[in-house]
Design a binder for this molecule. Structure first.
Ligand code: HEC
Ligand code: HEC
Length: 131
């Protein structure tokens, strides 16, 4: 019996390590990222928060912007690839949003003015609803 408990304990440690490793991999290591707007040294946690903001504001999943590693495996995404044109459109949107905040919102007399986010316009739509 004791032997079995030991085996179970080792197994659960291994499973935890695999899970940690997978979630770390999803947001990449710190050095080899293909980032043109976000800071190169952004932490994995902050990167995850930005991506979560995108999927919520546009009501899409990761594959809306990220191309698959292999067309036969549409579920495993190559996050560093720029093959999906939505990624560059998004970079333009990120620069536009940054400019709106830094050039205009921050010059308002109200020093606590709300900042513009993706959701200010998108409200759960990939293309904002203008009605
Ligand atoms: C609306 C488009 C969009 C969506 C949706 C999106 N991303 Fe991204 N993602 C980007 C863009 C654009 C970049 C590059 C940003 C830059 O150049 O600074 C990026 C970069 C990344 C990177 C860094 C890749 C590298 O170069 O190493 C990871 C990891 C990533 N996204 C994961 C995700 C995950 C996971 C999801 C789903 C939860 C997701 N993204 C959803 C647009 C998107
Ligand atoms: C000031 C309003 C505004 C803000 C802020 C904004 N967008 Fe957009 N976005 C638009 C409009 C308008 C379009 C439609 C452009 C067109 O007609 O092609 C659009 C289009 C897009 C598209 C292309 C969708 C498609 O299906 O063609 C993506 C992706 C996108 N935005 C992502 C973002 C992200 C991510 C952010 C936050 C960093 C953001 N946008 C912030 C107004 C905005």
């Amino acid at each position: 019996m004791r032997y079995h408990y030991k085996k179970l304990a080792i197994l659960s440690v291994l499973v935890t390590l695999v899970i940690l490793n997978t979630s770390w991999n999803r947001y990449g290591g710190d050095d080899d990222r293909n980032l043109k707007v976000l800071p190169k040294n952004i932490s994995s946690d902050s990167l995850e928060r930005v991506m979560d903001e995108f999927i919520t504001a546009l009501n899409v999943n990761c594959a809306f912007c990220h191309a698959p590693e292999d067309p036969k495996e549409p579920k495993s995404l190559d996050y560093a690839s720029d093959a999906n044109p939505m990624k560059d459109i998004t970079r333009t949107m990120m620069r536009m949003t940054n400019d709106m905040n830094h050039k205009y919102m921050k010059s308002l007399p109200n020093k606590n003015a709300q900042l513009v986010t993706c959701n200010t316009c998108h409200r759960g739509n990939p293309v904002p609803d203008i009605k």
